[in-house]
Design a protein. Sequence first.
Length: 253
Amino acid sequence: MVSGVGRVSAVLEVGCGTGNYIVALESVARCPCWGIDPSAAMLSRARERSSNIIFQPGEAENLDFPTGSFDLVFSVDVVHHIKNRVQYFSEAHRVLKSGGRICTVTDSEWIIRHRQPLAAYFPETVAVDLERYPRVAELRDTMSHIGFKDILENTVERSYQLTDIQVYRDKAFSCLRLIPEEAFQTGIAQMEQALRSGPIPCVSRYLLLWGAKSRACADPPPCPHSQPVVPDVDRPAACASAAAPSTGAPPPR
Ligand SMILES: C[S@@+](CC[C@H](N)C(=O)[O-])C[C@H]1O[C@@H](n2cnc3c(N)ncnc32)[C@H](O)[C@@H]1O
């Protein structure tokens, strides 16, 4: 995901939560990074993980940055929370530099139907999330309407063995809080039974939807007072807080 991002790039993560992805990206790319989220509690945890990144309150529909600020604007598992997606893509287009790129990481209908272990042990989550998540075709149409070019998508996946189901018991995945309690308890009992025979094979999949702001879109002239302030910090050689969770599983979504 950091392809095309270098030390001089400016990157914004929208809906960064506790910083899982922007912290990992900054530790690799070493470029100026910003993360916004409406949740003060999430931002407070994110700030504990990196002082190199500027974390500030904000919502996707109203990006509080000057026009032409960023080389990359991305979000992970956020787009289904955004009520006015036309406004978000319009704002993202505005704050991108000409030639800058947007990346929306989400779940396609196919991914939702084939989630392992969620769809297998909690099949009720499929209908819940098909209702919540926008279709990729709708996102592409909106992006195209706003003026994004070079719209393309790719899927990444990673297999892992689940040995600890505590995040499922804790309903860390929001769709588990939206199904009937009886269905939730049935799924947990089935996971516990499966674990007695060994780790549960799982696959984490994401769809990445990319777009670019045309190079023909003129950026405003540089103005020292209107550009985001680049963090004035020494960047450490490594960022331990970007380490994967102890279960080996991806962060709950
Ligand atoms: C499932 S979490 C994903 C967090 C992070 N991107 C990650 O993958 O670890 C969804 C995040 O979207 C944020 N969010 C909800 N509505 C939002 C909006 N309108 N604009 C920006 N972020 C929003 C929530 O506060 C939450 O942190």
